[in-house]
Structure formats: structure tokens, C-alpha cells
Design a protein around this ligand. Structure first.
Ligand code: ADP
Ligand code: MG
Length: 246
């Protein structure tokens, strides 16, 4: 089977600064949940953004769902990838002037040319799955952060992606709202979704991750099972990071 993501020697620099990605290699199997951890500025966002073409590469080989996204990939490949890889950001980025339902159906109707009825039925199913069915007619400003982030997840899922990327999806939330979003992500993982999740939520990583990848200064420091990583991290840098987090 083709791995969901296969990356070898990824390099990315911004200007003449030090490399944001410095020879990063990793793979993600279909159905796997990879949690990416590391200090601020270690390259986590840059890495995850390369997986749907939001960030271009300077060097290295990257294939997502078998589609090459190397340094010389073209717009056509990016369009193919974006249809199959969903992304959720720290900021929910919902359209404030559209209802929750319209936020979710916009891309399926406009981009995928699906009939409105079908798109709305699927949107309502997704809102139910996210535990916010009763919010469909409201506007983003009327929802809590945790509810808005679950709408953002539903919106990404509406395009029926094969991989979901999450970049610190709970970092902008009030502490009491974090759990509801993590619960939605956990249920998605249990349904078999392939996921790459950048997060500092150690409980989530411990329970849901198949593997934890730890980055520092643009490099992969170690990739371990969550049990191994949290109980007995191999690398000194990982242990220092974990000590600071606890
Ligand atoms: P993380 O998500 O782990 O905090 P980032 O991937 O955002 O790290 O950043 C890695 C490095 O790349 C940092 O030094 C950051 O300043 C730099 N960087 C990221 N995006 C840009 C950009 N658009 N322009 C310039 N530098 C950037
Ligand atoms: Mg980041």
C-alpha cells in the first residue's frame, strides 16, 4: 500500500535564516495518527504545511497519497492534494458573514459542484458527529471557540479528505473548551482517519497517537511510541522539553 505521507530529506529555509526544515524524513501510514511535538520555532508548522502544498520545499522528496510535492511541483499537483488533505489551524478562519451550515457547504457546492441538498445533508451529519447539530443556523460570532473549532473540523471533513492535518487546534481555546475539540479529534482517529497533529496536549498524544515525532531546530530529534516518549524519551533534548511541559 502507498504510505499516506513519505518524506525524505526535506529542506526549507526562509531568507538566509537558519533552516526551518533541516533534512526532515518521516512517513505516515494510512490510518495512522502521528503527533508532532517540539518547542516554538522548531519547524512544526512549516513541516505540516508542506503536506498540502501551503509551503514549498527547497530540497527533498515528498509524496502525499502518492502525489509528488517536491521542490518543482506544479499548481495542478497542489490542487489534487488540497482536495484530499484537510487542514485545521489554531485560528478557526470561519467566514463571519456566513451561517455555520453555509461555512461547511461552501466548498462542496462551489468547488466540488455537489447539489446543495446533498451538501447540506452531509453538513448536518458532520455537525451531529461534532456534537453541535443545533448550531447550524447560527453565525460564527455566536459560538464559543470550542464550537467554532469543531465547525472548522466539520468544514474540512465535508470535502471527504483522506488525511487530516491539525496545527495546534486547541492552542487558541479557553482551557475549559479544549476537551470538546480533543474528543472530536479522538473520535475521528477511532474512525480510522489518517492524522498528523501538531499539539502540546500530552494526554491526547499519549492516548491517541500511534507515534510521537519530536522536532527541534528544524530537525527530527526522535520518533517514538507515545509510551516510550513520555516514560522514557531517548534523547536529552526531548527529556528537557518534557520536563518544561510538566
Ligand atoms: P513552529 O510551528 O514549530 O513554532 P515554524 O514552522 O512556524 O515553527 O517556524 C520555524 C522557523 O521558520 C522559525 O524560525 C520561524 O521564524 C521561521 N518561519 C516560519 N515561517 C516563516 C515565514 N513565513 N517567513 C520567515 N520565517 C518563517
Ligand atoms: Mg507552529
Amino acid at each position: 500500500m502507498i504510505p499516506a505521507i513519505q518524506a525524505t530529506g526535506l529542506v526549507k529555509s526562509f531568507g538566509d535564516h537558519q533552516r526551518a526544515l533541516d533534512e526532515v524524513s518521516l512517513h505516515v501510514e494510512s490510518g495512522e495518527v502521528l503527533v508532532v511535538m517540539g518547542p516554538s520555532g522548531s519547524g512544526k508548522s512549516t513541516l505540516i504545511r508542506t503536506f498540502n502544498g501551503l509551503e514549498s520545499l527547497d530540497e527533498g522528496r515528498l509524496e502525499v497519497l502518492g502525489i509528488p510535492l517536491d521542490a518543482d511541483h506544479d499548481e495542478h499537483q497542489i490542487r489534487r492534494i488540497r482536495k484530499r488533505v484537510g487542514m485545521v489551524f489554531q485560528q478557526f478562519n470561519l467566514f463571519p458573514h456566513l451561517s455555520i451550515l453555509d461555512n461547511i457547504t461552501l466548498a462542496p457546492i462551489r468547488v466540488q459542484r455537489r447539489p446543495r441538498k446533498e451538501a447540506e445533508a452531509r453538513a448536518n451529519d458532520l455537525l451531529t458527529q461534532m456534537g453541535i447539530a443545533e448550531q447550524a443556523g447560527k453565525y460564527p460570532g455566536q459560538l464559543s471557540g470550542g464550537q467554532q473549532q469543531r465547525v472548522a473540523i466539520a468544514r474540512a471533513l465535508a470535502l471527504q479528505p483522506e488525511i487530516m492535518l491539525f496545527d495546534e487546534p486547541t492552542s487558541a481555546l479557553d482551557p475549559e473548551r479544549v476537551k470538546e475539540v480533543l474528543d472530536a479529534m479522538r473520535s475521528l482517529a477511532n474512525d480510522g482517519m489518517t492524522m498528523v497533529v501538531v499539539t502540546h496536549e500530552m494526554g491526547f498524544a499519549r492516548e491517541v497517537a500511534d507515534r510521537v515525532l519530536f522536532m527541534d531546530e528544524g530537525k527530527v530529534v526522535e520518533t517514538s511510541s507515545p509510551d516510550e516518549f513520555f516514560a522514557n524519551a531517548r534523547e536529552e533534548r526531548s527529556r528537557r522539553f518534557l520536563n518544561q511541559m510538566m
